[in-house]
Unconditional design. Structure first.
Length: 139
């Protein structure tokens, strides 16, 4: 039955069906964090480390932020030292998402499961629209 939605796995909330959480989703998330903790190689990422690598990248001659030459060596050094993914290292060298990546690795180190947002996105948008805000493009 590929491609069909089984309504037994959903319950109605407001107008849209919402997926039920499995009983062992907490255990699955915890097991994933434990696995990531065991497989982590290198030091733990910090805001200061992100800032240091970003500053070092800024000191390099401009090359259109391409991942070549000295910038590539810097990215690889960051990846190997902190055991992070390639895209994370690229973004850090470019100055993006420091806090998100540090939080991700802090959660792994502390075996802390991130909490879900208290207001689902669709409800948040409805609240904002009810307060008079619009998401339409203006000329």
């Amino acid at each position: 039955m590929r491609g069909r939605i089984h309504m037994a796995n959903y319950y109605e909330e407001d107008e849209e069906p919402v997926k039920k959480k499995s009983k062992n989703s907490y255990e699955k998330k915890l097991a994933k964090l434990k696995s990531q903790l065991e497989n982590h190689k290198g030091e733990w990422l910090t805001i200061e480390a992100c800032q240091e690598y970003y500053n070092r990248a800024q000191a390099l001659p401009p090359n259109g932020c391409q991942d070549i030459g000295e910038r590539r060596r810097l990215r690889i050094e960051l990846q190997e030292k902190y055991g992070i993914a390639e895209i994370e290292a690229i973004n850090i060298v470019k100055g993006f998402h420091f806090q998100e990546y540090v939080q991700k690795y802090d959660n792994i180190r502390e075996l802390r499961i991130p909490s879900e947002p208290s207001i689902p996105d669709r409800q948040y948008i409805t609240i904002i629209q009810n307060e008079g805000y619009s998401f339409e493009e203006k000329d």
